[in-house]
Design a protein around this ligand. Sequence first.
Ligand SMILES: C[S@@+](CC[C@H](N)C(=O)[O-])C[C@H]1O[C@@H](n2cnc3c(N)ncnc32)[C@H](O)[C@@H]1O
Length: 304
Amino acid sequence: MTSGAPIRLKKALGQGFRRVPAQAAQHLWTCPEAEFAAAAQPRDTWWDAGPDAYFGQAYRAIAERFPGQDAATTEQDRTRREVDRICAVAREHFGALTPRILDIPCGYGRHAEELARRGFDVVGMELQEGYLRAAKAGGAALYAAADMRRLPVATGAFDLLVNMWNSLGYFLDERDEVATLEEFRRVLRPGGLALVHGDLDRRAALEGRWVQHMKVPLGDDVLFLVRQVFVAERGGLVCLSWVAFPGEEPLQSPAFFLRVWDDAAWERHARSAGFAAVRIERMRADAPGAPAAGREESVVLLTA
Ligand SMILES: C[S@@+](CC[C@H](N)C(=O)[O-])C[C@H]1O[C@@H](n2cnc3c(N)ncnc32)[C@H](O)[C@@H]1O
């Protein structure tokens, strides 16, 4: 990070994060899981826009500094590696055909832009206006505003849909998740493919082995801390994060939620959404020093 970077990071965190006493944060970091789960209640639309929005400047500023498999991996490296994977899957599934791609939600366009630069016809869709503006500035792909549960897209318009970096599983009501899968199926032509990528180790989360306390350096002695507790009744991880600048009270994020389906649930929901086949690929992310070394990443491939 350059010298002005901590100030820019702090400014970005002004949206969504709030300063809390270090003792209170320390308590939430260490308290029993049930107490944490009761305190970290995500609001119904924590993923939406609004003054206490989770996604926005703050999320982006952290994601840009979030190390990949090792501390030297930049967001660009991560994006290239993820796009390499999309391309490999596309080649395997579509052969010589160059698929028309929908990236939903595309965030600030990091995959959509890289895919468009590699010659794909790509549309990125996203809820946050600010992210869409940043994505459009890239100039390579096309973009539109959309809620992933109701896509402004004609039936069968795309060959390949990509949903990258833990971008499914936000809705507190599971029916919204299922509606999203139905939309994904609807916008694909028969024989098309949906690729759902996540670096959350679902098996570890379901078996209680997922890293509950994650500490990630963001540079300049700034630490990003996340506590994620699996709550069976909710069917997912309830999470809070903090950013700690040296010598200051920490900044705390709004609570957020990630639903975790096991393989059987994936199979059931994908089939009921009309997908013909479900394949789950797992990759190891073993690099020493990784935020969650030894974890499994996964790609769920759904054939329409
Ligand atoms: C974890 S980020 C990933 C973004 C992008 N795929 C990437 O890897 O950079 C999740 C994104 O989902 C968007 N999002 C959340 N809920 C959404 C919804 N209901 N419809 C569309 N986008 C949504 C957020 O605004 C955010 O940009």
